[in-house]
Design a protein around this ligand. Structure first.
Ligand SMILES: NC(=O)c1ccc[n+]([C@@H]2O[C@H](COP(=O)([O-])OP(=O)(O)OC[C@H]3O[C@@H](n4cnc5c(N)ncnc54)[C@H](O)[C@@H]3O)[C@@H](O)[C@H]2O)c1
Length: 227
């Protein structure tokens, strides 16, 4: 199976390399020409233990590609993952979804056949429905299956977290999306890792609930330390 990863930052690069490890053919796309040039030259833009070895191996074996050409990558893929940034908006603290919506519009304008589009970026509940509306408005001629697959990796142990997660959460609304995500995570599926299929909004909520719970635990132990 071939996938495109839109956004080759922390999450996009680690996920792309790990999906290649699962046996998929992955094209990582980024707008940042410098980042893509570095990766093409064999240099890794971030420090993450083990990532250089993984990227080098899958690049050499032809399973991992890097480009700035979103259109071509999308047209050659069975599924597209959105892993662009969602920075905190100044003023109101909301997630800034500008990059997510811009990526979705670019994907929509590049499509030539039905596809599954998966958000890996952390997005507020309801974002998947907004993406569905974007695809419906821009490409009424095509079936686009929007899914949510939030990422739980931690910087510093990102590869281990991705390859050996406690669980994988997939918010899907169609058999097609469920099928494609099952195939993406097949090696985990064959092992003991639970792959939880939920509704779109549930998957989005699980990510926020998990982040809040982690923040609560850290705040709690900081308070205890002070005491
Ligand atoms: N970093 C983490 O530990 C972590 C963990 C879990 C979830 N997340 C979530 O994952 C998402 C990505 O985070 P990150 O840390 O990887 O961000 P990042 O800033 O490291 O990377 C985002 C990349 O997307 C690229 N980009 C933006 N718009 C693009 C477009 N239209 N086409 C192609 N490339 C585009 C940027 O150039 C950048 O390289 C965020 O929603 C974040 O909250 C991050």
């Amino acid at each position: 199976m071939r996938i495109a990863m839109i956004g080759t930052g922390y999450v996009g690069l680690v996920s792309g390399a790990c999906f290649a490890e699962f046996g998929l053919d992955v094209t990582c796309v980024d707008k940042d020409q410098r980042k893509i040039d570095m990766l093409l030259e064999g240099r890794i833009p971030i420090y993450e233990p083990g990532l250089d070895v993984l990227v080098e191996r899958h690049k050499r074996e032809g399973r991992l590609h890097f480009t700035t050409e979103l259109r071509e990558a999308v047209q050659n893929s069975d599924a597209v993952f959105i892993a662009v940034g969602t920075p905190t908006r100044r003023g109101d603290g909301h997630a800034d979804l500008t990059y997510v919506f811009a990526a979705a519009e670019e994907i929509a304008d590049s499509l030539v056949e039905p596809i599954v589009v998966v958000t890996k970026s952390t997005v507020p509940v309801g974002t998947g429905r907004k993406l569905e509306a974007i695809f419906k408005a821009r490409r009424p001629d095509l079936e686009v299956h929007v899914a949510s697959n939030p990422e739980f990796l931690r910087e510093g142990s990102a590869i281990e977290d991705f390859l050996h997660p406690d669980r994988v959460v997939c918010g899907v609304e169609s058999e097609k999306a469920r099928d494609v995500l099952s195939q993406c995570y097949r090696p985990l599926n064959l092992g003991e890792t639970p792959i939880l299929f939920t509704a779109l909004e549930t998957a989005e909520l699980i990510k926020y609930a998990t982040n809040s719970f982690l923040a609560t635990k850290i705040t709690f132990i900081n308070e205890i330390t002070d005491l």
